[in-house]
Write a protein that binds this ligand. Structure first.
Ligand code: DGL
Length: 275
């Protein structure tokens, strides 16, 4: 009898995780992926710890039921507020061969490569900023890096509503970047600590002084996953390698197809599911 093979699950509160999935698939095209966006309940960034944990656990459970064995939580807010609890309290219930990874740790491990003057800016959701996850993790590796984290509560709704190229987006992008630079004018690098923000990249570049470099997470997370798979042979060998991808959303599939296609630069056919 043929051995059972599994998918890699990629989860986000909405569209943002597609910016991570895009890079993962580019680097690791052979595997089979299931993307789940909880668009009906996005944004997560303003929700309580308990709510983000509950929603994320429901999504993770669904992805395991859909034959995923390895899940990447491609959402900073969920990685900050739910990942540790899920890994420590829930994962064992799904079986020994199941894994859940987040996207904060891979970025913090190499934070020294982002900044030359040890002044790193991070833009993220309120939830990620108030969790202080980036500060705590980066301090463990690089105590000399001074982090200025700034919450941008309007950026996710702008992206979720497809307004990322509008004049309104210019206003809110400039407003938050100005506030960040007032807080710390010395930053020489800005980490986009929310997976929705890459769609705002042209606006962020436009309103950020040229000497400040912009760090996106997709490529970092993809390389970290590649390294993880090369070190965990039993997990890797159980993965399906049929180069397939399926998309699921908890909200309208039409709007997921329309906006999601911009994230991936390809046509998407999503299916609606309930968590
Ligand atoms: N994309 C998610 C992140 O990386 C947050 C979006 C939301 O607020 O739901 O934090």
């Amino acid at each position: 009898m043929a051995e059972r093979r599994y998918n890699i699950g990629v989860f986000d509160s909405g569209f943002g995780g597609l910016s991570i999935l895009k890079e993962i698939r580019q680097l690791l095209p052979d595997y089979s992926y299931i993307y789940l966006g909880d668009n009906a309940r996005a944004p997560y960034g303003t929700r309580s710890f308990e709510t983000v944990y509950r929603y994320t656990l429901e999504a993770v459970t669904k992805l395991f039921e859909m034959d995923c064995s390895l899940i990447v939580i491609a959402c900073n807010t969920a990685s900050a507020k739910a990942l540790r609890n899920i890994q420590q309290c829930d994962l064992h219930k799904f079986g020994d061969d199941k894994r859940v990874l987040g996207i904060i740790r891979p970025c913090t491990e190499i934070a020294n490569t982002f900044t030359h003057n040890n002044n790193l800016g991070i833009v993220a959701t309120k939830g990620t900023v108030s969790s202080k996850s980036y500060e705590i993790e980066i301090k463990k590796f690089f105590p000399n890096i001074h982090i200025t984290a700034h919450a941008c509560p309007m950026w996710v709704p702008i992206v979720e509503n497809g307004e990322y190229a509008s004049d309104g987006a210019d206003f809110f992008v400039k407003k938050e970047l100005d506030a960040l630079l007032t807080e710390n004018p010395n930053i020489d690098a800005l980490l986009l600590g929310c997976t929705h923000y890459p769609l705002l990249l042209p606006k962020i570049r436009k309103h950020l002084p040229e000497h400040i470099s912009i760090i996106q997470q997709g490529d970092i997370v993809a390389h970290s996953l590649q390294q993880y798979l090369s070190k965990h042979i039993s997990i890797e060998s159980a993965l399906k390698k049929t180069n397939e991808i399926q998309f699921f959303t908890t909200d309208s599939q039409e709007s997921f197809n329309a906006i999601g296609s911009h994230f991936l630069s390809e046509t998407i056919q999503a299916q609606q599911i309930q968590l």
